[in-house]
Ligand binder design. Structure first.
Ligand SMILES: NC(=O)c1ccc[n+]([C@@H]2O[C@H](COP(=O)([O-])OP(=O)(O)OC[C@H]3O[C@@H](n4cnc5c(N)ncnc54)[C@H](OP(=O)(O)O)[C@@H]3O)[C@@H](O)[C@H]2O)c1
Length: 198
């Protein structure tokens, strides 16, 4: 049996969509250990099925990214899984995309979206930091969107205004994280249009 240190990943919102596909591809390699988060792990049947065929190692933990207590509580699970090895890559993927425009969006919905899409990833990064410090790659990847880029807003038009505002905030978070911690690699990227089940 190999005793080589695995490359360790944490992927939020991994039970479906883009997050699930990232997970599926990572788990094709035996050298990866992936911690996948789901709001309700018991219902994440796709993740449990994937466990049966994965060549890499999959751990599923509970995390609601819009619930700060839930994020803080995940530190204990992370310690149990990553305590000795640390974390190489954090992928902040989970998000919601309310359909609205700037003149129709409800402030309460916008705050929910900010919580999920920007503040949650910020807190997940804080919780993950001690593990990233112990890791080798030290990389944070925020899954953002073209919609969050001021320069590209024309391409999207007036729709999903609140979502776009939250992704702009996420982009700035990445920038500020990088300025504060030049020892980390922090990037945002847009996966492009992906036809997920949502
Ligand atoms: N699909 C696209 O075309 C596209 C384009 C640009 C950017 N993106 C970005 O790519 C990422 C993934 O998008 P997607 O299309 O795969 O979305 P999706 O199919 O709607 O999946 C969203 C994922 O996020 C999770 N999630 C949502 N709210 C959560 C919460 N409060 N706590 C924990 N998990 C939560 C969902 O879990 P549940 O199953 O529990 O709801 C699900 O696993 C997002 O950041 C999105 O903004 C997507």
């Amino acid at each position: 049996m190999s005793t080589a240190r695995p490359t360790c990943w944490l992927v939020t919102g991994a039970n479906r969509g883009v997050g699930f596909e990232i997970l599926r591809q990572l788990l094709a390699s035996p050298s990866n250990l992936v911690v996948a988060t789901a709001r309700v792990p018991e219902n994440a049947t796709a993740l449990h099925d994937l466990k049966k065929t994965a060549k890499g190692t999959l751990h599923v933990i509970k995390l609601d990214i819009s619930d700060f207590d839930s994020i803080r509580a995940s530190a204990k699970d992370l310690q149990a899984i990553l305590g000795d090895t640390g974390l190489d890559y954090l992928i902040n993927n989970a998000a919601i995309a309310p359909r609205d425009t700037a003149f129709t969006i409800k402030p309460e919905e916008l705050l929910d979206a900010f919580k999920t899409n920007a503040v949650g990833p910020m807190l997940v990064s804080q919780v993950a930091l001690p593990f990233l410090e112990k890791g080798i790659a030290k990389k944070i990847l925020h899954i953002s969107s073209t919609g969050g880029s001021v320069g590209s807003a024309d391409q999207v038009g007036p729709i999903v205004a609140g979502y776009a505002m939250t992704k702009s905030a996420l982009n700035m978070l990445a920038y500020k994280q990088k300025l504060e911690r030049p020892d980390l690699t922090v990037i945002t990227l847009c996966p492009g249009w992906v036809k997920t089940g949502a």
